[in-house]
Design a protein around this ligand. Structure first.
Ligand code: 5RP
Length: 219
C-alpha cells in the first residue's frame, strides 16, 4: 500500500472514536484530511468541530461541517491529529504543517488525543524529523543561537508564516532522549511560541497504518 493509502486507512478508522452529538478537535495535515473527509459523512450526527488551522478550517467549511471557536468551549472529548514522529511512549514531533501552536492548545484541552499515522512515523528516539519551533519573528536569530548551544542545527523555514503571524525554525541534528526535559527547556526561551514536541501532553491512543492493517496502541 502507498503511504497515502495507509494514511487514509487510519483517517477513516478514527471515525469510530467520535461520540455522536459531541464536539471534535481536528488537527492539520494530509492524514487529518482523510479524517475530515470521513467526518463529513457523519456531520449531521456531531455538534461540530474546533479546528487547529486555517487550512483545516477551509477543508471543513467546504464540507459544511460547523466550526466552533475554541475560546467559547469548556470541554472537548477528543482531538484527532497526525504526527511527524511518534515514539513508544506516545510522545510526538508535530508541526510539519506549521500548525503546532493551535494543535498543542487543542490537544491540551481535549480529554483524549488520538494520533493517526502511517507506520513510517514510528521511531524509537525522536529527532530524525527536524523539530519545528514557532518563533516570534524578532527573536529568530537569538533563538537560532540558543538552539545551536543545545546541539541543534536550526533552519529557517522559507516562505512560511504561521496562522499566528510567526516564523518556523526546523531544528536538525537532535537525538531527543528526554523529550519532556527538552520541551520544557525550549519553551523557556523568550521568543519561542511553541515547540513541536508533544511530550508532556502525549497521545492517548495511536492508530498506526501498516501493510498488515491498523495497529492500535493505547497508553
Ligand atoms: C501539522 C502536523 C501534522 O500532523 C504532521 O505534519 C503530519 O502531517 P501528515 O499527516 O501530512 O503526514 O503536525 O502541523
Amino acid at each position: 500500500m502507498t503511504k497515502d493509502q495507509l494514511k487514509k486507512m487510519v483517517g477513516w478508522a478514527a471515525l469510530k472514536y467520535v461520540k455522536l452529538g459531541t464536539l471534535v478537535g481536528v488537527g492539520t495535515g494530509s492524514t487529518t484530511e482523510h479524517f475530515i473527509n470521513a467526518l463529513g459523512t457523519i456531520k449531521h450526527q456531531i455538534e461540530g468541530v474546533v479546528s487547529s488551522s486555517d487550512d483545516s478550517s477551509n477543508k471543513l467549511r467546504k464540507l459544511n461541517i460547523p466550526i466552533f471557536d475554541l475560546a467559547e468551549i469548556n470541554f472537548l472529548d477528543i482531538y484527532i491529529d497526525g504526527a511527524d514522529e511518534i515514539n513508544p511512549y506516545m510522545q510526538m514531533i508535530k508541526g510539519g504543517g506549521a500548525a503546532l501552536t493551535r494543535e498543542k492548545i487543542i490537544a491540551s484541552i481535549a480529554k483524549k488525543f488520538i494520533c493517526i499515522v502511517d507506520e513510517s512515523k514510528q521511531v524509537d528516539i525522536l529527532g530524525r524529523f527536524p523539530l519545528p519551533i514557532e518563533v516570534i519573528p524578532m527573536a529568530r536569530a537569538f533563538i537560532a543561537r540558543e538552539l545551536v548551544k543545545i546541539g541543534g542545527m536550526p533552519e529557517y523555514r522559507q516562505n512560511v508564516i504561521t496562522d499566528n503571524g510567526n516564523i518556523i525554525l526546523d531544528v536538525h541534528n537532535l537525538r531527543i532522549v528526554d523529550p519532556i526535559a527538552l520541551e520544557k527547556k525550549i519553551n523557556c526561551l523568550p521568543g519561542v511560541v511553541t515547540v513541536g514536541l508533544f511530550a508532556e501532553r502525549s497521545a492517548d491512543i495511536a492508530l498506526i497504518g501498516t501493510n498488515k492493517g491498523i495497529k492500535t496502541i493505547i497508553k
